[in-house]
Design a protein around this ligand. Structure first.
Ligand SMILES: *[C@@H]1O[C@H](CO)[C@@H](O)[C@H](O)[C@H]1NC(C)=O
Ligand SMILES: *[C@@H]1O[C@H](CO)[C@@H](O)[C@H](O)[C@H]1NC(C)=O
Ligand SMILES: *[C@@H]1O[C@H](CO)[C@@H](O)[C@H](O)[C@H]1NC(C)=O
Length: 571
């Protein structure tokens, strides 16, 4: 497959300049006041310590080489399938010159920073007092807070930032300066009301009529017992101070007869149990109790910082579930997207699988629908990145465990940034040609964009998931629930493969699009959210539910009969 990504980052060099300084992230418009859902709070004191990541330029030919490896090792039909690179292998492939690393490192150190160069030498983490950072970046830093008055606050630039020309030439972007994290709150329903017509398999009466581990096991044909396999691993990512309490996990595990515990935590300072974190942990473990679970906690509340974190680990967990997306479109610069995608490719080339929830506002994206009646849909990033797997949401069609229908708020659509990747060309074309698609007017969506989600799982509000959170049982819905379930399924498939001495599945989409019949197709419902138009689920792939929901038995077969594996047995 040909590299499909052109280096956006080069735009930096033709950005605005003043007296030898270059404007970075030029696509981001100036905002000196309140932005997004964060409110400008206060100036940052001069001595306040700040930390950010500087993404170094990767030469275009090296970037293309990374992308080539990414596609080759991820495509079950390619002879190099499964021949993943090591952490050092990535460093060698990227070959960022030492002179570039040294120049940027020196610049920040001379400005008063301590620096840590990432293992792939493409990222430098910089820590320094706020005033020194303001001088080094010719910007001004402020605290931003949430309107609801929580004590959470983040430091970002309240104006553009600039770098001296000779430094800007070597840098793609400085992360965490202009992005705001999206605060998704998985909708929590208390008291719980479940309309499902099935016996409650958990001891707590609060789970009655809700989705439980047993409901998922029945619908997705999960085995009643799976063997633990050495080296198999999975992780959930948590941001925004979302933590978990062991007592909640054990009350869920005891009530619903699953072994739910966290094996390892990376980062994380305040043990404040959060709905998102407890949902993710309880349900990835409900599906895959036998697999070692890491919670990766990112204290910068930043997707970029998170993906740098997981790609810097020597033994990164093999599957990563992320139920967070980015905030509004205007916070995304081409450089940011470029840098995230490069990191996603690094992860895939290493054999890691990354799954993101597709969002809970249907075609409106996390930005919401807004008031304009004919406003175009809002595709979500990273949901629409071609380099990750995106998970949508469904509801049961009836009140029994059976056929599913698209949840009306399942995030989905077509990207405005990325063209249709090779792996989904046929699926997307078939969707657009489907007589049942009832496509929305063309002005609302991008006909040349990457379609998402890729797959789906239960997540709708008709029968929320039963979750033990903050000392009680509650119902939680959203693609936030669907994502860890699908992640757990793929982690189990990795278990089968590792046991047979085959490499892990890595970046999943080529495998998924080559095996549509391993999913239970969802052929009704529409993700219009609160609007008139949305995408309708049809036979085959659609931008509401992807190929549908997992059929573990079929997936197990498909994942164990990959022809290229014969060439790549891991010894
Ligand atoms: C930011 O929003 C708050 C609350 O809505 C408001 O009180 C404040 O004046 C705004 N600040 C600016 C600079 O617009
Ligand atoms: C940026 O640099 C210019 C001079 O080149 C200076 O006048 C201005 O105050 C600086 N701004 C900040 C926010 O440091
Ligand atoms: C549609 O998507 C393509 C990428 O496939 C992009 O280049 C183009 O700018 C997008 N159009 C709009 C109107 O956003």
């Amino acid at each position: 497959m040909l590299p499909m990504f052109r280096a956006f980052g080069l735009g930096v060099l033709i950005g605005l300049s003043h007296a030898g300084w270059i404007l970075q992230e030029a696509e981001v418009l100036p905002y000196s006041a309140n932005r997004s859902s964060w409110l400008l709070h206060d100036k940052v004191p001069a001595e306040h310590p700040v930390e950010f990541t500087v993404a170094l330029k990767v030469d275009e030919d090296r970037h293309s080489a990374l992308e080539k490896v990414f596609w080759e090792v991820s495509d079950p039909k390619h002879p190099k399938y499964g021949q993943h690179l090591s952490l050092d292998g990535i460093t060698q492939l990227l070959a960022v010159p030492d002179s570039r690393v040294g120049l940027v490192k020196d610049y920040f150190e001379q400005a008063g920073a301590t620096t840590v160069v990432g293992p792939n030498k493409d990222v430098i983490t910089v820590s320094m007092p706020a005033a020194a950072a303001e001088a080094a970046l010719n910007t001004s830093l402020s605290f931003f807070k949430r309107p609801e008055g929580s004590d959470r606050r983040i430091v970002t630039a309240s104006t553009h930032y600039w770098l001296p020309e000779h430094v800007a030439r070597e840098v793609v972007m400085v992360g965490e300066l202009l992005q705001f994290p999206h605060l998704s709150t998985a909708p929590l329903q208390k008291p719980v009301q479940g309309s499902g017509n099935w016996p409650n398999s958990c001891d707590d009466p609060g789970c009655s009529g809700l989705v439980t581990p047993a409901v998922l096991a029945q619908r997705y044909k999960l085995p009643s017992k799976s063997d633990a396999v050495a080296k198999n691993s999975m992780a959930v990512a948590e941001f925004q101070g979302q933590y978990y309490k062991d007592s909640d996990l054990s009350s869920f595990g005891n009530s619903c007869q699953r072994d739910v515990k966290v094996d390892k935590t990376i980062g994380g300072d305040k043990p404040v149990p959060g709905v998102e974190a407890e949902l993710d942990i309880e349900y990835i473990k409900a599906v895959a109790p036998e697999i070692h679970l890491t919670v990766v906690y990112d204290n910068q509340f930043s997707l970029l910082s998170w993906v740098n974190q997981i790609t810097s680990l020597q033994d990164s967990p093999l599957v990563h579930s992320v139920s967070y997306g980015n905030d509004e479109k205007q916070q995304i610069s081409a450089q940011y997207i470029y840098t995230c995608n490069t990191a996603f490719m690094k992860a895939g080339a290493r054999g890691l699988s990354i799954l993101f929830a597709s969002g809970d506002q249907g075609v409106c994206g996390r930005q919401g629908c807004g008031k304009r009646k004919h406003a175009p849909f809002h595709p979500d990033f990273p949901g629409d990145s071609p380099y990750i797997t995106t998970v949508g949401g469904t509801d049961f069609k009836g009140s029994d465990i059976g056929e599913e229908t698209a949840w009306s708020a399942s995030g989905g659509g077509f990207s405005n940034y990325f063209s249709i990747p090779e792996y989904q060309k046929a699926a997307v074309a078939a969707y657009k040609a489907s007589p049942d698609a009832n496509l929305p007017p063309q002005r609302l969506w991008n006909n040349t964009g990457r379609g998402y989600p890729d797959v789906a799982a239960l997540g709708g509000t008709k029968t929320p998931y039963c979750v033990a959170v903050q000392g009680e049982f509650a119902g939680v819905a959203g693609t936030s629930a669907a994502c860890p379930v699908v992640a757990g399924v793929f982690a189990k498939l990795n278990g089968l493969r590792l046991k047979a001495r085959k490499p892990p599945l890595g970046f999943l989409n080529p495998f998924i699009y080559q095996n549509p019949s391993a999913f239970q197709d969802v052929t009704s419902g529409k993700n219009s959210a609160t609007r008139k138009w949305g995408f309708t689920a049809v036979k085959g792939w659609d931008p509401a539910t992807g190929f549908g929901t997992p059929d573990y038995e079929a997936l197990a077969k498909a994942s164990m009969s990959i022809v290229s594996d014969d060439q790549t047995v891991v010894v």
